[in-house]
Design a protein around this ligand. Structure first.
Ligand code: UDP
Length: 488
């Protein structure tokens, strides 16, 4: 019978999307540091993205392994190798990926039956609803990892489980979200970021299965910390009638240069060069601009964003993805104009490394949850530039609950409309400038950054929550083995 973490074997199923895989890999290493055995089940392309981090972990004697399973992509009509959501050309093809993910149930069970020591707990992304049945067949507990923080999870719970959206006619008028401690105003389109995705019957059914699977879980693992959203941790636990363990910010578990620098993908810049560039800048003078791993903005918006940064006269690092040849040509001239104070990164930025440099004083973010939390951890205020999914809800959290952000203006424009360079300049100046409200935001952000560090340190709230979560699994396992012992 399991009596300590070293007797436990956690099997993790991360969703194949950077914003879900990156924190799950961190969670895997956190558990392995507590002496548990950890297996991560994923596909070859995704395993390759994380192999360097896992190899480093095993070299430092952590019991952690990657197991690769093939997605049957041809059967669902996706091209070979298209194993991550960031490789799927358009959102209407996501349904095919979910179909391929469903086919992993049987091969996963075969893997489980051969693993030694025998698995004792599943931690699964919510988007693998069949892991509920797998856990039941294996008679082991299953925890669910959903992605966002407690505030956003609770807002989504209300949106999905009440009639609130049906009572609102207009997509663009603001309404007050009922049933939560703060006054939060959203439009219907912002609150229902996956509305478009749910329009087909297949996806509607998939969302229902996810809800049922979340209800069946033994508890919820959240990448957040108690001090960040104390009211919402409790409210979420009540709404879901489940234990909620905030064990983050999990990105802070990375201590070595390579673990901080290499998260998820090869960066489009030499990390050392990036740090050298930052070393030449004044403390808290640089704004970092990065819109996550999935969102791609159109050419016109790239130009507006660049021009807004130029107008703001603030030093910046700007991470740009998926540009056309035409945009690349424009960037050549633009780069020349701003070369004294702007660094452009193509593709993937070493985000956490950049954010943790003392020269960085602000973050233009699309408000993905990991980026939000990484900005909080860095102790800096944010310019919020949400695009869809849960990002408009996270924006409200940053602005209305944490009070450390300034909106870029995507909330004022129609959903998806261009944000103008003047709005960008104003938002950047408000966050980086010395006006009284800017100073208050900066101080508040600094305090939250300190709280984040304390939460992850030994004896901090997230450290203790990890201990409690492990203890709870040990108790669950004891309950499950008890009846058979009684029979004996
Ligand atoms: N990220 C990064 N470099 C990039 C883009 C993203 O390191 O150029 C990381 C970022 O640090 C975060 C994750 O990718 O950990 C993105 O997750 P998030 O929830 O912020 O947004 P998503 O990409 O899922 O929309």
């Amino acid at each position: 019978m399991a009596s300590s973490p070293k007797d436990l074997h956690f099997v993790l199923f991360p969703l194949m999307q950077q914003g879900h895989m990156i924190p799950m890999i961190d969670i895997a290493r956190i558990l392995a540091h507590r002496h548990a055995t950890v297996t991560i089940i994923t596909t070859p392309v995704n395993a390759n993205r994380f192999r360097p981090a896992i190899t480093r972990a095993t070299k430092s004697n952590l019991k952690i392994q990657l197991i690769e399973l093939e997605l049957r992509l041809a059967e669902v009509g996706l091209p070979e190798g298209c194993e991550n959501f960031d490789m799927i050309p358009s959102a209407d093809l996501f349904v095919k990926m979910y179909a391929a993910m469903d086919m992993l149930e049987k091969p996963s069970e075969n893997v489980f039956r051969q693993l030694t020591p025998a698995p004792s707990c599943i931690i699964s992304d919510n988007q693998f609803p069949w892991t509920t049945d797998l856990a039941r067949r294996l008679n082991i507990p299953r925890l669910v990892f959903h992605g966002p923080g407690c505030f956003t999870y609770l807002c989504l719970h209300i949106v999905m489980n009440t009639n609130v959206l049906n009572e609102i006619n207009s997509d663009s008028g603001y309404f007050v979200l009922p049933g939560i401690p703060d006054r939060i105003e959203l439009t219907k389109a912002q609150a229902d970021g996956w509305g478009k995705l749910r329009e087909t019957k297949e996806m509607e059914d998939f969302f229902k299965r996810m809800e049922v699977a979340a209800d069946d879980a033994n508890g919820i693992v959240v990448n957040s910390f108690d001090e960040l959203e104390p009211n919402y941790v409790n409210e979420l636990a009540k709404a879901k009638d489940k234990k909620v363990w905030c064990i983050g910010p999990v990105s802070m578990h990375n201590r070595s240069f390579l673990d901080v620098a290499e998260r998820g993908k090869k960066a489009g810049i030499d990390e050392g060069d990036c740090l050298k560039w930052l070393d030449t800048k004044e403390p808290r003078s640089v704004i970092f601009v990065c819109l996550g791993s999935m969102s791609s903005i159109c050419r016109e918006q790239i130009l507006e964003l660049g021009l807004g940064l130029e107008l703001s006269n603030t030093p910046f690092i700007w991470c740009i993805r998926s540009t056309t040849d035409e945009t690349e040509r424009w960037l050549l001239g633009y780069g020349e104009r701003v070369k004294d104070r702007g660094l452009i990164v193509h593709g993937w930025a070493p985000q956490v490394l950049i954010l943790s440099h003392q020269a960085v004083g602000g973050f233009v973010t699309h408000c993905g949850w990991n980026s939000t939390l990484e900005g909080v951890t860095a102790g800096i205020p944010m310019v919020t530039y949400p695009q869809g999914a849960d990002q408009f809800i996270n924006e409200r959290f940053i602005i209305d609950v944490l009070k450390t952000g300034v909106s870029i203006g995507s909330e004022q424009d129609k959903f998806g409309a261009l944000v103008k360079k003047e709005n960008i300049k104003t938002a950047v100046e408000r966050v980086m400038g010395d006006e009284v409200d800017g100073k208050v935001r900066r101080e508040r952000a600094r305090e939250l950054g300190e709280l984040a560090k304390r939460a992850m340190a030994e004896g901090g709230s997230s450290y203790l929550n990890t201990t409690l979560m492990i203890q709870d699994i040990i108790e669950e396992l004891a309950k499950k083995t008890k009846p058979s012992q009684d029979v004996l």
